[in-house]
Design a protein around this ligand. Structure first.
Ligand code: SF4
Ligand code: SF4
Ligand code: SF4
Length: 244
């Protein structure tokens, strides 16, 4: 009995029963690692692409073959093999920072899609373990290579004593999984909104500075024109006096 597949399918079916949109149903099955290995900016953009037929259902390595099979079942399609050109399925991992080597450059803070780092400029950073999705996006940006990925404790298999006990345990695990995914999804959305807000504020600041600059240039130009006109007047008057 494949517990992981049943949990993933349960997450998708729950979203369907709650009459969530097709994108939300697919997104419920996706792991919310937000790693971009599917070639999209995160799980939601990938779910949107699947829903409109712009992406295959087998591009998510963290979701693995169970994820592909669950999406296929949810959408009433034939299962296909995971496309490993997008990466391999790894056990759940979390990032840890070597505090002695960290130089506090904050590049990892900027790269993390779920704001799992604490720290600030020139201060050693650390990872909030329970918020880390194991996306690996902080690894390539660290200039001193002081971040390692360690395996987090895998869930133990549910023992099968009887049908009701098994399904109750499965249901409990599905609820926990949903809570974890909802949290990562919220943090990712918050992160995206913050990036958009920062960009909007930067654009607005730039725009207002350009307006001030243009006003100053127009003022300088008008001033210059006034001075030139005054010089011309003086020259003309001098020339008239000389003729007389
Ligand atoms: S976990 Fe990574 S590969 Fe899978 S859908 Fe989300 S962003 Fe894409
Ligand atoms: S800490 Fe690193 S591995 Fe963990 S979620 Fe953030 S970027 Fe990904
Ligand atoms: S990228 Fe590396 S050195 Fe820079 S703050 Fe993060 S962990 Fe420290």
């Amino acid at each position: 009995m494949n517990e992981n597949y049943l949990i993933l399918l349960g997450l998708g079916n729950t979203a369907k029963a709650e009459r969530k949109s097709l994108v939300e149903q697919i997104d419920a099955v996706l792991p919310q690692t937000q790693c971009t290995q599917c070639d999209f900016d995160g799980c939601k953009p990938y779910a949107e692409a699947i829903a409109i037929g712009d992406a295959e259902i087998n591009q998510c390595p963290p979701g693995g073959q169970d994820g592909v099979d669950a999406i296929a079942e949810l959408l009433g399609r034939k299962p296909i093999p995971l496309n490993e050109t997008h990466g391999e399925t790894k056990p759940k991992r979390i990032a840890v920072v070597d505090e002695k080597a960290c130089i506090g450059c904050t590049l990892c803070i900027q790269a993390c899609p779920v704001d799992a780092f604490v720290g600030s400029s020139k201060v050693m950073t650390q990872v909030i373990a329970k918020e880390c999705t194991g996306c690996d996006l902080c690894l390539p940006v660290c200039p001193v290579d002081c971040i390692d990925m360690i395996e987090s404790n895998p869930d133990k298999r549910i023992s099968y004593n009887d049908y009701f006990q098994f399904h109750e345990a499965l249901y409990k695990r599905q609820i926990l999984e949903k809570e974890t995914r909802d949290n990562s999804r919220d943090r990712y959305q918050f992160h995206q909104e913050r990036l958009e807000r920062n960009k909007r504020e930067r654009d607005e600041l730039l725009k207002s500075r350009m307006i001030v600059l243009k006003e100053k240039m127009a003022k300088d130009k008008a001033q210059k024109e006034k001075i030139n006109a005054a010089i011309q007047r003086v020259k003309k008057s001098k020339a008239n006096n000389e003729i007389k």
